[in-house]
Design a protein around this ligand. Structure first.
Ligand SMILES: Nc1ncnc2c1ncn2[C@@H]1O[C@H](COP(=O)(O)OP(=O)(O)OP(=O)(O)O)[C@@H](O)[C@H]1O
Ligand SMILES: [Mg+2]
Length: 334
């Protein structure tokens, strides 16, 4: 059993928080200066230091919303539709900016190859929580995390975690499309090449595969060597998603990926999310309630750093358990 945050003294908690380390700064020769480029270019490899025993701690897991026990207790009726295995889960995850606590001991599980939407009013901590899931918050001066994030048997909040490898496994798509100042081809090939794919035919194939997966191939196949910045906003966002999946992540984090896009581009991104969830576990932040209802399997409502309610999307939008969730989705505040 792992220690939970509430059992620690304040001094222990502060001492144990995970903050930026020199390894986060990307000291490798040729490493991109922009942290987002680094995240996109991380190395594929299994995470070291796995602790399967801890990950299988069922008594801990049962307390976590969205995380089903692997088998019913004796005498307990098996669920007719057991929840899918979690791709990962957080346990008592807190995030701080200096002394200000932006996320308050959030425990939740993300089912494998499903889409989870994070909703809540501005400033409630959605982006903070999302960024903490691949330790991008480490790059913010003064930010620190406390608690646990379990992925594949490893608590990635452990300061010894190789964050470069972690960010390969967990890709990030930002609110504003941010293609590199490179060609369309190079935007996608950058990560794989950075990590050793040198063969041109292999790179060509990978670039085409990623651009096809993001429904961009037909639109750009004749101008692969033009700047990615010359694309429309919606195309740029799909290019950024292609870049993210080129390093073969398991999980994609998306922070309002369509909020800067027109309705047609937004619809394309939503269709893409529906396609991508066949291969990836996706966590998406959105202010668009219709979008959350359309694209997600589960929805989590955050308020003032707390996870207020987390349930099937249909339940959240038709019959939420908490009044504040109902008030928020009905537009009564936020
Ligand atoms: N870099 C930072 N330094 C200090 N405080 C921050 C930083 N980023 C966010 N915060 C604070 O943390 C809290 C949560 O912010 P966050 O950006 O996670 O909210 P959000 O739910 O994503 O909001 P929005 O919907 O407006 O994007 C806010 O009070 C915010 O002011
Ligand atoms: Mg945000």
């Amino acid at each position: 059993m792992t220690m939970i945050a509430t059992e620690k003294t304040e001094a222990e908690r502060v001492a144990n928080r995970t903050t930026a380390t020199p390894s986060d700064a990307g000291t490798a020769v040729g490493a991109p200066a922009d942290p987002r480029e680094k995240a996109a270019a991380s190395v594929p490899a299994p995470l070291p230091g796995a602790s399967p025993a801890a990950a299988r701690d069922e008594s801990a897991q049962r307390a976590i919303p969205g995380l089903a026990p692997s088998a019913p207790e004796p005498g307990e009726t098996a669920r007719t539709q057991p929840a899918p295995n979690p791709a990962f889960y957080t346990k008592d995850l807190s995030v701080y900016y200096g002394e200000k606590q932006a996320i308050k001991q959030v425990s939740m599980a993300f089912p494998d190859r499903q889409v989870v939407a994070l909703i809540g009013p501005s400033g409630c901590g959605k982006s903070t929580f999302l960024r903490s899931l691949n330790r991008m918050n480490d790059l913010i001066p003064g930010a620190s995390i406390d608690g646990e994030i379990w992925i594949g048997g490893q608590n990635i909040c452990d300061p010894r975690t190789d964050v470069v490898r972690l960010r390969q496994r967990i890709g990030m798509v930002w609110q504003r499309p941010n293609p590199f100042h490179k060609s369309i081809y190079e935007n996608v090939a950058f990560g794989p090449r950075y990590h050793g794919v040198k063969n041109k035919a292999a790179l060509d194939q990978l670039v085409e595969e990623c651009l096809r997966k993001t429904a961009l191939w037909d639109e750009v196949k004749d101008r692969l060597h033009q700047s990615g910045l010359a694309l429309s906003g919606g195309q740029q966002q799909r290019l950024c998603i292609a870049r993210s999946i080129a390093v073969k992540p398991d999980i994609l984090l998306m922070d309002e990926p369509a909020s800067a896009l027109d309705p047609v581009s937004t619809a394309k991104i939503e269709e893409l999310i529906a396609e991508l969830k066949r291969d990836y576990t996706i966590v998406i932040v959105t202010h668009n309630m219709h979008q959350a209802a359309r694209v997600s399997d589960k929805t989590a409502f955050f308020f003032l750093g707390d996870l207020v309610e987390y349930d099937e999307t249909n339940k959240i939008f038709t019959n939420p358990s908490r009044k504040s969730t109902d008030d928020y989705i009905s537009g009564r505040f936020g």
